[in-house]
Design a protein around this ligand. Structure first.
Ligand SMILES: [Zn+2]
Length: 324
């Protein structure tokens, strides 16, 4: 999730009042040779995305490397404890909570290849450059702010520059053999970002969705809602039995179907001028039902209040829908 400063401040405020989802930083085995490290929310900080480690005959494949060093160090520890190296990184998209750990992993495993969309190159010159300028202005204007270390850390992540870029770009759908394990790689160019990769592991029938699926809400800051909706239809066509979202717990097909239907209702509701944001947000919460805890329901209502008006309506709803 990458955010504008304005929205970040809002999310931070939410997190400070929300109960802490502790940074356990321990892996759970969700299928043989397939381990999940849940991204954590820490008070006063931005979140980490989920990371998945798949074991192949020649070492580990890491899907998304997290934002904070603690998250990435847990990945490095997991590899070290197994006695096997990390051969490949796959990034589902360029948001900082999914790519920032690339530099640390590559320092530890210099031969590791990075498979990702090239969209990060444009983002470094566009969205992320703009975000960095905003952070620098905030840091200069508020040197006594308790948030200063977080702003500086975000700037340092962006300053890792090309270390976060792919070494083997993903430019189309296809099968890749990584570490001796076959993975189906899919690329979509106008959904949650302008370069979303999702991975299907047929051996375990696991779909790793990145931020095409996130709880408590879809993070719409850089999204093309119409393209995203189509991408969810494509996910539904894959024969998966479990789906790992970019944020939140593992889903089965029934959970995902609920998410996909809720997403469609959300976009349709926002498209009707007579519906107000609260009505659309409440529908989302109702549609997801038990997939959201009571605390997540409150967060969802607050976040969607912003997204419906600011990202799902008017010019903003198509601003990021150009395809490359
Ligand atoms: Zn994310």
């Amino acid at each position: 999730m990458a955010r504008s400063i304005r929205h970040w401040t809002r999310v931070l405020a939410l997190m400070l009042v929300a109960p802490v989802i502790a940074a356990a930083q321990s892996f759970e085995t969700i299928a043989p040779d397939l381990h999940l490290l849940r991204g954590a929310f820490v008070p006063g900080q931005q979140p980490d995305g989920n990371s998945v480690m798949l074991l192949g005959p020649r070492g580990w494949i890491v899907v998304d490397t997290g934002r904070h060093a603690g998250h990435t160090q847990a990945i490095l520890r997991h590899a070290a404890e197994s006695g096997l190296s990390i051969s490949d990184i796959v990034n589902t998209h360029w948001h900082l909570d999914h790519v920032s750990g690339n530099a640390l992993v590559r320092r530890a495993y210099p031969r590791a290849e990075v498979h990702a969309s090239r969209a990060i190159v444009d983002a470094m010159n566009g969205f992320l450059a703009n975000y960095r300028r905003q952070l620098a202005d905030m840091a200069a204007g508020h040197p006594d702010s308790p948030e200063l270390p977080n702003w500086l850390a975000e700037m340092a992540r962006i300053d890792q520059g090309a270390l976060l870029h792919p070494t083997i770009p993903i430019i189309e759908n296809g099968r890749r053999r990584l570490s001796g394990r076959d993975l189906d790689i899919h690329l979509t160019t106008a959904a949650a970002t302008d370069g979303d990769v999702w991975v299907y592991d047929s051996a375990s029938r696991t779909l790793i969705a990145g931020d095409l699926v996130t709880l408590p809400v879809p993070f719409l800051d850089t999204a093309c809602p119409a393209g995203w909706r189509k991408a969810l239809d494509a996910l539904d066509d894959a024969p998966f039995m479990r789906l790992v979202p970019g944020h939140g717990a593992v889903m089965d097909r029934k959970d995902f179907r609920r998410y996909r239907i809720a997403f469609g209702h959300l976009v349709d509701c926002a498209g009707r001028s007579r519906s107000d944001a609260a009505e659309c947000s409440e529908r989302w919460v109702r549609d997801l039902g038990s997939l959201l805890s009571p605390d997540e329901q409150k967060q969802a209502l607050d976040l969607l209040g912003y997204y419906v008006d600011q990202r799902l309506r008017g010019a903003a709803s198509t601003a990021d829908c150009r395809t490359r």
